[in-house]
Design a protein around this ligand. Structure first.
Ligand SMILES: [Zn+2]
Length: 233
């Protein structure tokens, strides 16, 4: 376990980093939580954040405390004692950890404020806000999205994915694209996000909920997303 603790305003950071680096990371995380929470109309959570130096240490920790996420590069979950935990590696696939940390902190904001977020939106927003808040467009994800055929069918599939289902690589790209489209390109997109974060109506199916919140069926949103992607820079 990381031995050094740095208490921020919201985050309680545990990381074996030089003090200055840890203080900067904690301050960045606090700023990010405040900015994102305000943007989503949410209250900033106060997560305990563990930054692990090695894949092995992260794996051991997750296997013990959150086995269903043990193969991931980062995780956000509620511990048995009620604490909201964020656990990440200090380096993620050669990229610096702040992006992964922002990803998991986004899940922390959504998970601690909204009871039943749509799974694609939870993951899509986490990917979008990896770049910071306000976010910038991830050109490699945009290129991957542009290369995917049949976005209408893919969005229709994604809209029906349930909470415990794992998303595949293409699902991740489409989830990012939909979230980015709603933030950046779609008319009423931000109001749509706010509606999608509210709980479903009683007895409402996933596709029905999607259509009600966004004012278009999943397939129609897929066609709009394809148009957006074709013209987006
Ligand atoms: Zn995620």
């Amino acid at each position: 376990m990381p031995a050094n603790r740095f208490a921020g305003v919201c985050v309680d950071l545990h990381a074996d980093l030089p003090p200055q680096e840890a203080a900067t990371l904690a301050a960045d995380a606090d700023r990010f939580l405040a900015a994102l929470s305000s943007r989503l109309g949410a209250r900033p959570p106060s997560p305990t954040v563990y930054v692990f130096d090695s894949d092995w240490d992260l794996w051991l920790y997750l296997r013990r405390h959150c086995p269903e996420f043990s193969c991931r590069a980062g995780a956000c979950f509620q511990a048995g004692d009620g604490r909201l935990i964020v656990a990440v590696r200090s380096v993620d696939d050669g990229r610096p950890a702040p992006a992964r940390l922002r990803h998991e902190l986004t899940h922390a904001v959504i998970g601690s404020n909204f009871a039943e977020p749509m799974p694609w939106l939870d993951e899509g927003l986490a990917q979008v806000f990896e770049s910071g808040c306000p976010p910038i467009c991830d050109q490699s994800r945009m290129a991957a999205l542009r290369a995917l055929p049949q976005l209408d069918r893919r969005v229709a599939r994604l809209a029906g994915v349930s909470r415990n289902e794992d998303l595949d690589d293409n699902d991740h790209v489409v989830a990012w694209g939909l979230a980015w489209f709603l933030l950046d390109g779609a008319a009423q997109g931000r109001a749509g996000i706010a509606a999608c974060l509210e709980p479903p109506a009683i007895g409402e199916g996933a596709s029905e909920r999607f259509s009600r919140c966004l004012g278009a069926s999943p397939a129609e949103m897929g066609r709009r997303l394809a148009d957006f992607v074709a013209t987006a820079r």
